[in-house]
Write a protein that binds this ligand. Structure first.
Ligand code: ADP
Ligand code: NAG
Ligand code: NAG
Ligand code: NAG
Length: 457
């Protein structure tokens, strides 16, 4: 809300008053203009607010609680289940906090689960809105014997794997690790799945985000942890998301709600945003490396902006909005379009070249995750305007050059060059972090004034 649009008129007016005191030449019209600007800004913000409350079904605590209550009713009827259900519905160990987001039916709410802040999510409000598992329906109509006798755990795993691969756009030959939860069940040979378990599993698998997170859980720590589920709702760890409207990258206040001891500087000193930036940037680079090499397919992020990432309080960067993340096979499928110019081959942040002879876009992505992160995230962070007085320091200048080089380096073409660019950034960031910590050790430990850092204007 309090973005640059708000500050500009304020500054204009302040400048005006100063001049008034000094030269007495400030024109009334300047003041009027500034006021008009401020007025417009207010009206615009008001409109955005009204739009949000009318067109996205407004998110109220009442509604959220009713939704969770329905989940619990269905749990008690034996329709759905999950490892979160007992705590949510019987023991009262899940405390609803507030709703975060309701759009297109998607429900996102904040809660505390046994004292741990979590986010409860579901793509659709009602369990019944999800497609039922065809096998269950077949059982119903056939009126056959209990399902448990028919469907072995192996079958379930087989169907679940198919569904996962389908949803992530992976070839059937691909090796993916099956989510731990169900994998373990396999070992208990006697264990069969209840109706509620199967129905819940199916509702979850229909949510691409859940499937995606679940598959990547054990492979990288750069995606949100899935902590549990009840029916169609799943709980992920609560994180501090980046903001679109603020140059503040990630708000520390949000994190300090739940400080973990290892994340905070020693001697009770907390991190300041200034120190955070290179650390968070470093984690971004690590994430890029992970997504490029750690899975059987390269993972492409096609919607890169601060609000789609979050950090844990150890500064790990986490991709929270994975709706626009695609593995290589799916990426190629998306990019292969008919085209007449290169601009027809842009899919958000993922672009390829138009082959003018074939009139088809290349299936290989031309730019890279790193390139876009450099352009959309690093450039603003390390820009002269944000660094302020520090912008002229040699290390900072060097870093700006490295970021610029990164922006200009196409992905794919020259792998070696791409790696060199990443190494250079990595080295500079590590140097910067070392320098900062050396400076902090030198300066008196009592220095606790809240500096209005460059990231904080
Ligand atoms: N793990 C999380 N921790 C804190 N806030 C979250 C988390 N996941 C989502 N949110 C908040 O909920 C909002 C919507 O969630 P998201 O899943 O990104 O919806 P969509 O995919 O429709 O954009 C986000 O903008 C973010 O502010
Ligand atoms: C969800 O179920 C409730 C009660 O059964 C119903 O009133 C509501 O309209 C349903 N919502 C959607 C989106 O289907
Ligand atoms: C799939 O994974 C298994 C076990 O992890 C491994 O033995 C096998 O070689 C893998 N297959 C391929 C094609 O990667
Ligand atoms: C692309 O062009 C081919 C012919 O050149 C046409 O057959 C095909 O339907 C087109 N595809 C799309 C998605 O427009």
């Amino acid at each position: 809300m309090w973005g640059p649009g708000w500050r500009a008129p304020g500054l204009a007016r302040r400048g005006c008053v100063l001049r008034w005191l000094g030269l007495k030449v400030c024109r009334r019209s300047t003041l009027l203009f500034a006021l008009l600007w401020f007025g417009c800004w207010l009206v615009l913000n008001g409109m955005v607010f009204v739009h949000r409350s009318i067109f996205s079904d407004f998110c109220t605590d009442d509604k959220s609680k009713r939704i969770l209550q329905r989940v619990c009713e269905e749990y008690q009827e034996g329709v759905l289940t999950g490892d979160l259900c007992e705590d949510l519905c019987i023991r009262g160990e899940v405390e609803y906090k507030r709703c975060l987001y309701y759009e297109n039916g998607k429900k996102v709410m904040a809660a505390d689960w046994r004292g741990v802040p979590v986010v409860l999510k579901s793509k659709l409000e009602n369990f019944s809105s999800y497609e039922a598992l065809a096998l269950l329906e077949y059982q119903d109509t056939a009126g056959g014997p209990g399902l448990d006798e028919e469907l072995s755990p192996l079958d379930v795993v087989f169907y679940a794997t198919l569904e996962i691969k389908n949803s992530l756009g992976l070839e059937t030959g691909t090796n993916i690790t099956l989510p731990r939860l169900w994998g373990q069940r396999l070992r208990e040979k006697e264990r069969t799945y209840s109706r509620a378990e199967l129905a819940s599993l199916w509702a979850l698998l229909q949510q691409e985000e859940y499937t995606f997170l679940r598959v990547l859980q054990d492979l990288t720590h750069h995606v949100a942890k899935v902590l549990g589920s009840c029916g169609h709702f799943y709980a992920v760890e609560y994180l501090a998301a980046g903001h679109a409207w603020d140059q503040n990258i990630f708000s520390l206040e949000e994190l300090s709600v739940n400080p973990s001891p290892r994340a905070w500087g020693g001697n009770g000193r907390t991190w300041e945003e200034r120190d955070m930036v290179p650390r968070v940037a470093l984690s971004f680079l690590e994430m890029v490396g992970h997504f490029e090499h750690d899975f059987s397919h390269h993972l492409h992020l096609c919607d890169i902006k601060p609000e789609n990432f979050a950090i844990r309080n150890d500064f790990t960067v986490v991709a929270i909005d994975v709706d626009m993340a695609f593995f290589e096979p799916k990426m190629q499928e998306i990019l292969e379009q008919n085209c007449t110019t290169d601009s027809d081959c842009n899919f958000f942040d993922c672009v390829s070249k138009c082959d003018l002879k074939r009139k088809k876009c290349g299936s290989k992505r031309k730019n890279s995750n790193l390139q876009v992160i450099c352009e959309k995230i690093f450039r603003p962070w390390f820009s002269p305007t944000l660094l302020g007085a520090k912008a002229g320091l040699p290390l900072q200048v060097e870093l700006q050059r490295a970021v610029q080089e990164c922006i200009e380096t196409e992905g794919g073409e020259d792998v070696e060059h791409g790696r060199a660019v990443r190494q250079r950034l990595l080295g500079l960031l590590k140097q910067l972090i070392e320098e900062e910590s050396r400076k902090q050790q030198k300066s008196a430990p009592q220095e606790t004034q809240h500096v209005h850092t460059a990231l904080n204007f």
